[in-house]
Design a protein. Sequence first.
Length: 131
Amino acid sequence: MIALVSAVLLPALAQAQPLQVPVSPSGPSDAGNVVYVEPGGVPIRQFGYTSNSWMITDPPSLKVLGPSYEQPSGIRIGRGSYIPDWIDTAPVQNISVGGLQPDGYYTYFISPDRRTVVLDPASRRVVRVLR
């Protein structure tokens, strides 16, 4: 079972907070307060905060909170692809995503096909693409 757990800085919020996703063998519970990034916006689930004041939320929130692109570029990207620095990304800390360094720091963005593209921040090379 692959579990997505990450910590992300949330530039879209008035008070930028990192994101962390709780994981158990059955995945996150359905409990949690529904919060909105902006009034009338898309709801996300908030499960509280870690001891480091990082907001805990569920994996679909990455697609709501991260920088995203609607217009396809016509270029296919995959593991090892270079992403130019003019593409906006958000920081993320891996907790237990397979194929990424545990506790490693990365950046990410949401592609036009709604996939989460995870980059090495130093080289800006794609290290993982999540559906």
